[in-house]
Design a protein around this ligand. Structure first.
Ligand code: FE2
Length: 261
């Protein structure tokens, strides 16, 4: 018991002199392993699939840098904070083991209102921005033709041009901060244009698979376009990643026969 009391009185690791951490004694080695395990449970900031300058001149470097390094990082950090709180609760830790998408579909199971709100906002921001950054590419834009996604868009909207017009309108009509989406509805087996407010995401609904995301929060375009959201949407079409959306559609179609959806 004496040993345990002494151990409790030790200063927190962050306040101990640095020399304790630089010598590889058995104790520090164990601590190091434990810390590594704790850090490993944290979700990383998803890497940007291209350089910050790569979408110039359509999407500017400053916007990309701040959007990814500040905004996406903040959503990541806040989500990790909420997940740590869930892990610390014996009755709630099972929720932290779900994937983020699955957790966003189980918000009602989170008993603490503050944690629930953080998971909804930061968890939504975490997944939304990853889809969004992959919805653009330095080799994007251009004309979409052929079967696959192009065929589905033509079947649903009459032409790719009409789809772009409908998507643009949906993005313009988002009031305040939010998102425009092209999703594949697994149950209805079809494409759908939708929008969400704040950081809500189609992934909150089972069977909704995002194919394209457009962030219409002002932080996504204000530096270059100020309040001209329409100009930003036109810039998005210059870099839209049709290839990624096509791959997501292929994967979504494969989900149709899975009973859990
Ligand atoms: Fe954003």
């Amino acid at each position: 018991f004496r040993f345990r009391r002494r151990a409790r009185r030790r200063r927190p690791l962050s306040r101990r002199p640095r020399r304790h951490l630089t010598h590889a004694t058995p104790t520090t080695m164990v601590l190091s392993v434990l810390l590594s395990a704790a850090i490993a449970q944290n979700l990383p900031l998803p890497p940007l699939p291209y350089d910050y300058t790569s979408l110039e001149p359509h999407i500017d470097e400053a916007t990309m840098r701040i959007h990814h390094m500040n905004h996406h990082q903040t959503y990541t950090d806040k989500l990790n904070g909420a997940l740590a709180k869930l892990r610390a609760d014996p009755e709630q830790k099972w929720l932290a083991k779900l994937g983020v998408d699955a957790l966003l579909r189980r918000l009602d199971d989170i008993s603490d209102e503050g944690i629930r709100k953080t998971v909804r906002n930061a968890g939504g921001g975490y997944v939304n921005h990853d889809v969004f950054f992959h919805s653009m590419s330095p080799t994007g834009g251009g004309t979409l033709e052929g079967d696959g996604l192009a065929g589905e868009l033509v079947r649903t909207y009459g032409s790719v041009t009409r789809f772009k017009q409908a998507f643009t309108l949906a993005a313009l009509e988002v009031f305040g901060s939010g998102w425009a989406w092209l999703v594949y509805d697994v149950r209805e087996k079809g494409l759908r244009i939708t929008s969400t407010s704040n950081q809500d995401t189609p992934a909150m609904q089972e069977g909704m698979v995002p194919l394209l995301a457009l962030d219409v929060w002002e932080h996504a375009y204000y530096i270059k376009h100020q309040s001209r959201r329409k100009d930003y949407i036109e810039a998005f079409w210059e870099v839209v990643n049709w290839l990624e959306a096509s791959k997501r559609l292929e994967a979504a179609v494969q989900l149709e026969d899975k009973p859990e959806l």
